[in-house]
Design a protein around this ligand. Structure first.
Ligand code: GLC
Length: 568
């Protein structure tokens, strides 16, 4: 499934209608590429643009409409690229600007759109602006959040905020003469100083960065920490000092009114292009109504529905989340955006491999469970297959995180000395962090690097791959009727055929533990309970696991039915 260097990855035939449809994003399936773990073409153990380009046939065969690529800009990598040193270039370990242009052209020719990741809350501490700020340039300092310390000696942090990764959200600087200076704010790692969005120079800079990439044909952006750019005036102490430790609780750094004006400006820019460019916000809001405020007609087109990802594999919790999300999104006329996994949370196979909690949970809670309760990964995979059929049947857009189409699990036993996520260090080694969902993909072969790196690679993959993944490589699943890869391909094809214009969701009466809804003649049934249930009559389009007969749905299984035709 690779294309060698120098050839065109995929021809445009049959695919260009997708690129021309201006409403593509309302029903799209977007595949998240965590580039450093996708495919390594040069053997340095890190994924890169050329590796990704060569794998375009995999993505075409999967049937995705668009890619979202995690930050590919030059970065010291204290937070895997979310510390951007230059927003208008490519990280040398990933490739060059010319590589990105070739990649964009070939991806578009394959009928696949490209969303990039913009990181506006903070820069890298090695960004030219911050370097100038530390050197004492007043204009550069005014672009960040510097404050004097509190307390008689001025050596206490300006407020009680903690970093989302653990530890204080403030670091004290030294004056150019070596004496202790002001503190600067970093909601994440010390290498990620927060920008001051009340400064018009910051606003202008990011509008220019958007244009830079839109002019190169990029179709839109995922916005990192989109709810965090504006902080409450006066930077007051927070009741719960750690933003993100409980996403249902307010924080003075999160979801402030002023942030909406920024996105109105961004939307005007996106709409000035033909076709208009689109945004998806990473917004951890207290509830669905707060989230919907970002989706008003003159703001962002879409935002991830993270409550869905935080819900257990339980029909009551999932139904409540889907109800709230679709109701509130409909008020502002936006499509819902469903996601089961990403590079920040425990892979859903592993989340579903243990007893299922009652309500919504944070990923740090999931990560803490690994030493407390053994994971039944077969069960997790079975449920994961059912959950993705639920996700893909819902109205709106859906995101697929690389590797979930292979049924990958969270790697929970990465040795401590190989961990790279700053969460591990900053939490004082209490939270293992997010490395376990970022392990390089297994493409082929029987042992690591599983085709992630070429033969004779000079370095091992940047995180160790489990030996058990030999059974989960793309090669091992290719053409296998009941493989997870086959299920994803079939589901994406059937979704395009039956659900692109299927309309609103209507719940169906169903036994306890079962989620059932229809969209026109199509219906989806998911059994999260313990007993098998009887299915209504219909033609089985797809099932996530074996059905004992066409009218029985076993536990932990989903089925898509088409009404009006007798059971097959
Ligand atoms: C977002 C990213 C995460 C990153 C953080 C800081 O939450 O998804 O990976 O660490 O922002 O940029």
């Amino acid at each position: 499934m690779d294309v060698p260097g120098g050839t065109t990855a995929v021809t445009a035939s049959g695919a260009d209608w997708r690129v021309r449809d201006p409403d593509w994003w309302k029903t799209a399936v977007v595949y998240q590429v965590y580039i450093r773990s996708f495919a390594d073409s040069d053997g340095d153990g890190l994924g890169d643009l050329e590796g990704l380009r060569r794998k375009l046939p995999h993505l075409s065969a999967l049937g995705v409409d668009a890619l979202w690529i995690n930050p590919w800009y030059p970065s010291p990598m204290v937070d895997a690229g979310y510390d951007v040193a230059d927003y208008r270039d490519i990280e040398p370990a990933f490739g060059t600007l010319a590589d990105s242009e070739r990649f964009l052209a070939e991806t578009h020719a394959a009928g696949i759109r490209v969303l990039l990741d913009i990181v506006p809350n903070h820069t890298s501490s090695e960004h030219a602006w911050f370097v100038a700020a530390l050197a004492g340039d007043p204009a550069a300092r005014a672009r960040y959040v510097f404050r004097p310390g509190r307390g008689p000696a001025g050596d206490e942090a300006p407020n009680n905020w903690q970093s989302s990764f653990g530890g204080p959200a403030w670091t004290r600087t030294k004056n150019p003469d070596g004496t202790p200076g002001d503190f600067y704010l970093h909601l994440f790692a010390p290498g990620q100083p927060d920008l001051d969005w009340s400064n018009p120079e910051v606003v202008a800079e990011f509008e220019d960065v958007l244009r830079f990439w839109f002019d190169r044909g990029v179709d839109g952006f995922r916005i990192d920490v989109a709810h965090g750019l504006v902080k409450a005036g006066g930077l007051p102490d927070a009741p719960d000092p750690t933003p993100g430790s409980n996403h249902s609780a307010p924080h003075p750094a999160w979801d402030q009114e002023g942030v909406h004006e920024i996105y109105r400006g961004w939307r005007r820019i996106a709409d000035s292009y033909d076709p208009p460019r689109v945004f998806v916000g990473e917004i951890w809001a207290a509830d669905a109504e707060r989230l919907a405020r970002y989706l008003r007609p003159d703001e962002l087109q879409t935002a991830f529905q993270f409550d869905f990802l935080r819900a257990a594999f339980r029909s009551d919790v999932q139904r409540r989340v889907v109800d709230e999300a679709t109701r509130t999104a409909a008020v502002v006329g936006a499509p819902s955006t469903w996601v089961l996994s990403n590079h920040d949370v425990v892979r859903h196979v592993t989340r579903y491999a243990r007893s299922q909690p009652d309500g919504l949970v944070e990923s740090s809670w999931d990560r803490a469970r690994w030493s407390e309760e053994p994971a039944d990964l077969d069960l997790g995979r079975t449920r994961g297959r059912a959950a993705v059929m639920l996700t893909l049947a819902l109205p709106g857009t859906a995101y697929v995180y690389q590797g979930e189409e292979l049924g990958l699990d969270e790697v929970e036993d990465i040795p401590s000395d190989l961990r790279q996520d700053p969460t591990w260090w900053q939490s004082g080694h209490t939270d293992p962090g997010r490395d376990g969902c970022r392990v390089p993909l297994p493409w082929s072969g029987d042992s690591s690097p599983f085709g992630f790196s070429p033969d004779g690679a000079s370095r091992a993959p940047w995180l160790p791959q489990p030996a058990a993944w030999s059974a989960l490589t793309a090669q091992a699943q290719e053409g296998v009727a009941d493989s997870t890869l086959t299920l994803y391909r079939e589901a994406l094809g059937l979704r395009r055929e039956h659900l692109t214009d299927a309309g609103a969701l209507e719940w169906l009466d169903s036994p306890e533990g079962v989620l059932a809804f229809r969209r026109g003649g199509f219906s989806c049934h998911v059994n999260t309970g313990v007993d098998p249930v009887v299915l209504p009559a219909g033609r089985v389009l797809l099932a996530s696991g074996p059905l004992p007969s066409a009218d029985v749905l076993p536990r932990d299984t989903a089925v898509w039915l088409l009404a009006g035709t007798p059971a097959a």
